[in-house]
Design a protein around this ligand. Structure first.
Ligand SMILES: [Zn+2]
Ligand SMILES: [Zn+2]
Length: 282
C-alpha cells in the first residue's frame, strides 16, 4: 500500500490511494496516467510546493483552468499520445501544432524579426505535424455585402482587371469569398508587395500562399486586436494560430519574452503581458 503520493510524496488520500487529493485531480484520468505522473513528478518543486511549466518555468495555476498560466498537459509531438509535458495554458495553445524543436525555431525567428527586423527564412521553419483544415468563411449576419464596381485597375494590386470586372484574376479568387469585406480588401492592399507581386505576412514579412488549403504558410486574416473587426492584417496561418487570443502588442511581448526564456532558462515574466482577451476565448 502506498504511504506517500506518487507525485509529491505527501500523504495519500487513504491507504488505498496512490495520490494525495491535489495530485489525484491531475492523475485520476483513464489515459496517459503514467506520462502524467512522470511529468508532474519532474516539475514538482517541493521547496515551493508548486508545479512549474516545463517550457517557461512559471508556477502553474492549479485552480483556474481559464487562466493563461493554468496547468495543462502539452504534447511535444502534436497529437501523439503517451508523451506529455506539464505546461502553462498559453504555451500549450500557442504551440499546438508544432514540435518543441519547431516551436523554438519559430519563436526565435519571430523574436529576431520583432526586435531587430531580421527577415524570417521560410525554408528554415518546419511544420511536420501541421494538420489543419482550410479556414471556412463564417457566415455572419449583419455584415454588409461587398459591393462590386468596375475599375480600371484592380483595387488590391492595381494590375489590369479582367475586362468588365473589378479585380485582376488572381485577386478575384480571394475577393470571391462570401464574407469578403472592405476591411479584408484593406488588409490585402496593405500586405501587397508590388516588387514581388505577392502578399506579405504582417508579422513575419514572408510572402504567403494565396490558396486556402490549410497549410502553414497560407494567407489568413488576423485581428491585431481580438474582437475588433475594424482592422485586419494578413498573417501566415501558423502565425495566426500562435497568436491565439493575444493582441498584436501582447503577441510581440510574449514572443520576445519566450525567446529570452529559451535562451537563458529563466522563468517567463508574466508581467510582460496582461492577457487581456484570454478569458474571452470560446
Ligand atoms: Zn501529491
Ligand atoms: Zn489584383
Amino acid at each position: 500500500m502506498p504511504e506517500e503520493c506518487q507525485v509529491c510524496r505527501k500523504p495519500p488520500i487513504s491507504a488505498r490511494h496512490s495520490y494525495c487529493a491535489r495530485c489525484h485531480k491531475w492523475c485520476s484520468v483513464r489515459k496517459e496516467i503514467r506520462a502524467r505522473v512522470k511529468t508532474l513528478k519532474a516539475r514538482y518543486d517541493p521547496a515551493r510546493d508548486i508545479f512549474t511549466c516545463t517550457y517557461l518555468n512559471i508556477p502553474l495555476n492549479e485552480t483556474d483552468q481559464d487562466a493563461p498560466d493554468a496547468l495543462t498537459f502539452h504534447h511535444p509531438i502534436p497529437k501523439k499520445r503517451g508523451k506529455i509535458k506539464v505546461s502553462c495554458s498559453f504555451y500549450n495553445a500557442m504551440i499546438s501544432d508544432l514540435t518543441d524543436t519547431e516551436a523554438r525555431r519559430a519563436v526565435l525567428a519571430l523574436a529576431r524579426r520583432f526586435q531587430q527586423g531580421t527577415a524570417v527564412d521560410r525554408k528554415a521553419l518546419r511544420f511536420r505535424y501541421w494538420n489543419r483544415a482550410p479556414i471556412k468563411p463564417p457566415r455572419i449576419a449583419g455584415v454588409p455585402p461587398f459591393r462590386a464596381w468596375r475599375a480600371d485597375e484592380c483595387p488590391i494590386c492595381e494590375k489590369p482587371p479582367v475586362p468588365n470586372t473589378l479585380y485582376c484574376a488572381r485577386c478575384h479568387k480571394m475577393a470571391d469569398a462570401p464574407d469578403f469585406s472592405m476591411v479584408k480588401l484593406q488588409a490585402l492592399k496593405e500586405a501587397y508587395d508590388p516588387a514581388t507581386d505577392s502578399f506579405r505576412c504582417h508579422y513575419t514579412g514572408v510572402a504567403v500562399d494565396i490558396q486556402n488549403l490549410g497549410r502553414p504558410w497560407d494567407l489568413t486574416y488576423d485581428h491585431p486586436m481580438p474582437g475588433d473587426g475594424s482592422r485586419l492584417v494578413v498573417a501566415a496561418y501558423w502565425v495566426n494560430v500562435m497568436k491565439t487570443q493575444l493582441s498584436e502588442d501582447e503577441f510581440r511581448a510574449v514572443v520576445i519574452e519566450m525567446a529570452r526564456c529559451f535562451g537563458t532558462g529563466e522563468p517567463f515574466r508574466m508581467e510582460v503581458c496582461e492577457f487581456r482577451h484570454w478569458r474571452k476565448k470560446a
